[in-house]
Design a protein around this ligand. Sequence first.
Ligand code: ADP
Ligand code: MG
Length: 424
Amino acid sequence: MNSAEKDFHSLGVTRQFINAMEDMGYEEPTEIQVKAIPRLLAGQDLIGIAQTGTGKTAAFVVPMLQRLKYASIDIPRAIILEPTKELVIQTESMVRKLMAYTDLRAVAIYGGAAIKSQRQALEDGVDIIVASPGRFMELYLSGHLKTKKLEVLVLDEADRLMDMGFMPQLRSFLEVIPVKRQNMLFSATFGEKVESLSSEFLEFPTRVEVSPQASTADTIEQRLYHLPNFKTKLFFIERLLNAEDMPRVLIFCRTKDRADRVFRFLERKVEGEVRVIHSNKGQNTRINAFRAFQEGEVRVLVATDVSARGIDVALVSHVVNLDIPRTIIDYTHRIGRTGRAKNQGVAISFADPSEMFYIKKIQVLIQMQIPLLKAPKDLEVMDFLPREERELAMELDRQKKLADPTFKGAFHERKSVLKRKGLL
Ligand code: ADP
Ligand code: MG
């Protein structure tokens, strides 16, 4: 049994959803998921408060899907309300992924798009609706949306629903849905408006809350450096370790292979003991390495997200993201290991040009700009590893294509230039 299975399983999640989450790369539940899922599966009304990027969507979608089980009557049994079109689209796409191993049907209902296809989807039969309040009422009033079988209601991003002045729509919505149902409210913050909303919509709710992650805490100083490639990153971390007061440093890499390279490079070049931990080295070896690190015998520990999972180390002076994590969850996990309990910690991130894409996403989610520092002028820019430059170019192309589906890619461009010149 792997860790995802064990952890989600112990929360009461069934196989088909664990499989779907594995496909999505979820290896263990986030804190809000741990707190919310069992209660929601038990049918309670619930208020969940946790900051943006903490995994609230799966926290309510998985129990909802599991309770609905399979497609039955053709009219909706669950509805998720979202404040904006973008959030409707984003949440519906997550619902689809999470229900991949069921025959449940979902539809996105939002304004600013043709109403016809949304109407058609409702006529074809649907179990779950993800909707913005305005378009929902429009389709309800025109008789296309039947509400009498709604069993589950989710108000997502409740603080933003309130800020955007949706209260009147929500009140009229309340009048047209069955009284007996399970209610959930999720929000990043819990102010007065959200509180009054919850008292109108929920019945004796349980409230679960996740205290803000370390990422926004004042106890962590975050720094960012632009560095062109892996070798330059190696030389720079060596330089930092030899120049600055960094007594207990946890270095994160994207892969085992890269962690090994960092270890072999630093081992000979910096003062103090350096160790690397691997996911394939067994739990005990990992725990011992962490213990030695904790007790100060080891100064620098090189790890991957996977190998560091589930191991609690406090009082790390510096976390170094030698590679930028791809998800906000990994970012907050990593840097949360420094700056705990009033100890000032430092989180340093090295980003190559393709990793700025992830830095930008992370900055949106932690709602701050990570201060960008200049690498020292005399830092030598090193060569690329074999294949590294090409991989970087391909990743940049991929990112441009994501942003603009009509973009053909630099490789393509180059080819067409060659063709024009008659060289191909
Ligand atoms: P929120 O609604 O709290 O802002 P989301 O539900 O949108 O957060 O999740 C933020 C990101 O984290 C998404 O990319 C999501 O796929 C990912 N995520 C959620 N749960 C997990 C998990 N258990 N493991 C890894 N990634 C997760
Ligand atoms: Mg959300």
